[in-house]
Design a binder for this molecule. Structure first.
Ligand code: SF4
Ligand code: SF4
Length: 99
């Protein structure tokens, strides 16, 4: 499993979570931060640090932010790919995961 950062991080980006992650798997993109699911060791250290409660275990992510599991995982395709998905989310357009 992994932890996932959801919509509240957008344009907040205070980076409290980054400081506590033992494996440095939280990465900054244009308007938010995302967790690389390949690197996350599921320790839970980041969750209580977020002032806007944006971080959840994947299986507890609120349904309204379901899309953010894929948005975080898009890190494997690079920051620009994540940025495109975030913008698509904010404008209501879905884009294919591999674009
Ligand atoms: S759960 Fe642990 S390893 Fe995963 S992003 Fe949070 S602090 Fe990092
Ligand atoms: S602590 Fe929360 S708002 Fe701040 S960067 Fe991490 S996920 Fe985003």
């Amino acid at each position: 499993m992994t932890y996932v950062i959801g919509e509240p991080c957008i344009d907040v980006k205070d980076r409290s979570c980054v400081d506590v992650c033992p494996v440095d798997c939280i990465h900054e993109v244009g308007r938010m931060l995302v967790i690389d699911p390949e690197e996350c060791i599921d320790c839970g250290a980041c969750e209580p640090e977020c002032p806007v409660e944006a971080i959840y275990p994947e299986d507890a992510l609120p349904a309204k932010w379901e899309k953010f599991t894929a948005i975080n995982a898009t890190w494997r395709d690079g920051a620009e790919a994540v940025d495109r998905r975030v913008e698509a989310h904010l404008t209501g357009d879905d884009v294919p995961a591999q674009r």
